[in-house]
Design a protein around this ligand. Sequence first.
Ligand code: ADP
Ligand code: MG
Length: 728
Amino acid sequence: MNNLRFDAVETVLSRKKKSTSTPEGKPSTFFGKNVFGIKKMKEYLPKNAYEKLVTIIDTGEVIDRELAEHISQAIKSWAISNGATHYSHWFQPLTGSTAEKHDAFFEPDNNGLPVEKFTADSLIQQEPDASSFPNGGIRNTFEARGYTGWDPSSPVFLFETAAGKTLCIPTVFLSYTGEALDYKAPLLKAINALDKAAVDVCQYFGKSVTRVAASLGIEQEYFLVDLALYNARPDLLLTGRTLFGHMSAKGQQLEDHYFGSIPERVMAFMVDLENESLKLGIPLKTRHNEVAPSQFECAPMFEEMNLAIDHNQLLLNIMEQIALRHNFKVLIHEKPYADINGSGKHNNWSLITNTGINLLAPGKTPKTNLMFLTFFVNTIKAVYEHADLLRASIASASNDHRLGANEAPPAIISIFLGSQLNDVLDEIETPRIAKIVKSESMLWHGIPKIPELNLDNTDRNRTSPFAFTGNKFEFRAVGSSANSASSMTVLNAIVAEQLIQFKTDVDKLIAKDTKKDLAILNVIRKYLKQSRAIRFEGNGYSKEWEIEAESRGLSNIKTTPKALDVYTSDKSLKLFESLGILNRRESHARHEILLESYFKKIQIEARVIGEIVNSMLAPASITYLNELVENVRGLKDLGLPKESYSSQLNLVERISTLINEILENTEAMRQERKKANNIEDIRDKAIAYDEKVRVYFDKIRYHINKLEQIVDDNKWPVPKLRELLFVN
Ligand code: ADP
Ligand code: MG
């Protein structure tokens, strides 16, 4: 009999080894080969244009028309001489993936003669026919145009596939009325807001700082599965996760995968991925096996935030492409398999000045310590004030499987600092310090010395969603498939707002004749008291923490539709508006888009479950059931005593009941879906999908998994988890 599953396993076992296509030379020689960065600009631009550009990059001025003309010509010569035939604005719409629309350089000129053309206009702006991107009602159909605008702070690059090379230009994506329809536009604004607020606060400690950049290093977790097996699982194919499947007898319990030696086939994929990334200027640095079977991680060196996020988005694209070359499929879903670990995207965040100081690295002198404490404590206070918004920034249907599900991180936002820093902060709050800081001459005795932190020891608490790790904060609750811009826009915004507040508070004290450093320390003390509830050092995955968090007044919103509410609270609207990051209309639109994306994802999963149950699993189980029935009937006809086939009879009953359960629940779920589809209000609809439709998923899964364990293995039509996880 034809069985997709066995064909797939057969295919995997007969695969030939793929070799890697390593470029010539050391990585340092081909790093950035496919990027038109500042070094290449020098080569391709006229001298004065190049000098002007360097000044502009320094001062952050806008690139004028004439310079843009020069740059576009330089880009064109570079791209064409490197084999590019097309160019495309490359943007990040709210679908969560990246978008591109290619135009050929080639066109016939006015006289019909063929030429290669690329102008400043095509560099600066394009009008993709964008009416089918999510817009939350911003773009009415009568004004369906949107436009993409060049982001000169992220260099153009060549995207190379076997089918050709395309010049990609990182851009923002806006509606014709100027509202953001993407992730990048608000991110850039939040980066600027934070820069400005941090520079202002830095002036307390010296006048040399003129720019503060948020830096970001993104650790990316993912799963690999063989392409043939993936294609034989309609749920993986259409939803990115398995919607059922009995956990393989061996899962991750032996803990033998984490940091284990990397299988050769996977290694070949990683090497190609790294080389391709390096060529694109993505500084990939680490690779290793993760906790779950067939789960892996890679991480680049940290970069300025905007670039780090572009690079992460690009990385996801090339992972997909290179995996296919190796007959793998990359799963970046947060939870491809129940019962084993899911995937996250740890966002390592810090603030670095133009003078090269990491504001989140403890200093060596009391003075630099005070500066560190300022940024450190303001970040803690910001997270305390807007924990719900931070939670909303990582909410999605897929991340719900990690947050608040049986596994971590929980949906409670808390901060882990480590005992050394907790001691320091506690000391600042003691009455002893209160006494000292009253007398100005003793002020510097009021700032505890910060012990040398051993970076490798600062965080072994892996259960905290937001942990200080020596010289940076690590936001770990971000989902593996998320665009980090969502959470980083929020983080930058809340810290910017907090720093502005801090400056106001300190200036107020100074105006009342308090000495500057004393004023700073006093405000820090106040913030520490106010934000105490957000600090938690214990096991964030434990049941006790949920109870304690509740008594501390921390929220724990487990699913997306309600977690998103905070996007339209007055506090959040004001935050985004006052910093010029999102106006009210944009905030409301985003809220709507997120709700819509949520219910659609659940809707698709529900449909896929229906299809698989009705057309694959129930029929296969019934076929087996019929054989059993036939068998029992035969035994009975032979006149054997009933006790001699009671187990078979029992099996008939169990299988029949299970088939009935899955069919009944699937139908009941369909009825709920129909009801939910009729709901007009988008929030109510999303909640109905969560509370009325999604609740059937686990019930159905439970019964399918029971069936899977007793139905004839030869008849089970789809790859089992042990095959997905271990056959390679
Ligand atoms: P771990 O798994 O222990 O958290 P990794 O080495 O996998 O560590 O990842 C750490 C990430 O943090 C890397 O991307 C690294 O470049 C980044 N990072 C290090 N220092 C900073 C910093 N000051 N700001 C932002 N990111 C940083
Ligand atoms: Mg980490």
